[in-house]
Design a protein around this ligand. Structure first.
Ligand code: PMP
Length: 285
């Protein structure tokens, strides 16, 4: 991703893609003082763009790193990045971090808070799983308690266990891992929320220690419109056996059906397919 043409917005200026570098003594690289967003533009319009910008600012506050830009400024910057790179259907990555400066210890309050926005074309996150259903491993790492980490923030530090879980999953031929939380309840995948279907009703973990994804909220809205009952609740691991369908939601993942989690199998059923298609229609306006 570092060697390509294009422009990246950094701290208010467009810089060459290959020159969008930071110093080795960037605080974020040593101590994970970084928050980010993943967004998708469809036909030139970023789906829920303002909500993403608002979440970015909220994540900054959550990790004690207020970002010195407004939602309107971030909105304008994202549009500038799409336009200058000639992109209409693209993934947009905004990232804010503590830069290099006065401090190199754990404290970083004197270092600048920086912001950058990049965008590129990015196809289906789980390849052909939209048709066949993704295969998930069960992660050994547990999502932390909200008393252990600001678990509602989209903060880089929370992704360390996600990357490790995803690597372990890929080594077993899976495309992702389902993670339990610190209490043993079903939580989410490494970069997407999870839904289950049983007897025509939908069950999804209560987002009390992980990201309440914007796609998750959108899909719950779509299910409500169809008058399909959605239970947001704590889900026990032994319940996996009784669920008939399963899917993941996320900006990158969109709606992706799941065919297997560990030894449990799910059908890529009519409601899962319906959600894939309805979400696709919605984001394309
Ligand atoms: N959980 C995690 C850990 C994620 O990284 C993401 C992707 N941002 C999601 C859930 C889904 O969030 P959203 O629908 O807002 O993209």
């Amino acid at each position: 991703y570092n060697d390509r043409d294009g422009k990246i917005w950094m701290d208010g200026e467009l810089v060459d893609w290959r020159g969008a570098n930071v110093h080795l003594l960037t605080h974020a690289m040593h101590y994970a003082s970084s928050v980010f967003e993943g967004e998708r533009a469809y036909g030139g319009t970023i789906f829920k763009s303002r909500a993403h910008s608002e979440r970015l600012l909220g994540s900054g506050v959550a990790i004690d790193m207020p970002i010195p830009w407004t939602v309107d400024e971030i909105e304008a910057a994202k549009q500038e990045v799409l336009a200058v790179n000639g992109l209409t259907d693209a993934y947009v990555r905004a990232i804010a971090w503590r830069g290099a400066g006065e401090d190199m210890g754990v404290s970083s309050s004197r270092n600048p808070v920086r912001l950058a926005i990049a965008a590129w074309e990015w196809g289906a996150y789980y390849g052909d799983a939209k048709m066949k259903g993704a295969k998930l491993d069960i992660a050994k790492w547990k999502r932390p308690s909200p008393e252990t980490a600001p678990s509602h923030a989209k903060a880089a530090g929370l992704y360390m266990i996600c990357t490790m879980s995803k690597h372990a999953a890929e080594a077993k031929g899976c495309s992702d891992a389902m993670m339990f939380d610190y209490r043993g309840y079903v939580a989410e995948a490494t970069g997407a929320n999870i839904f289950f279907v049983k007897g025509g009703e939908v069950h999804t973990p209560k987002p009390d220690c992980f990201l309440n994804g914007l796609t998750r909220q959108t899909v719950i809205g779509l299910l409500n419109e169809r008058q399909i009952k959605v239970h947001e609740r704590h889900i026990m691991p032994e319940e996996l056996e009784g669920f008939e369908q399963c899917w993941l939601t996320g900006t990158a993942a969109e709606v992706t059906p799941v065919g297997q989690i560990g030894d449990y199998n799910f059908e890529v059923g009519s409601l899962a397919r319906d959600m894939v298609q309805t979400y696709e229609k919605l984001v394309r306006g």
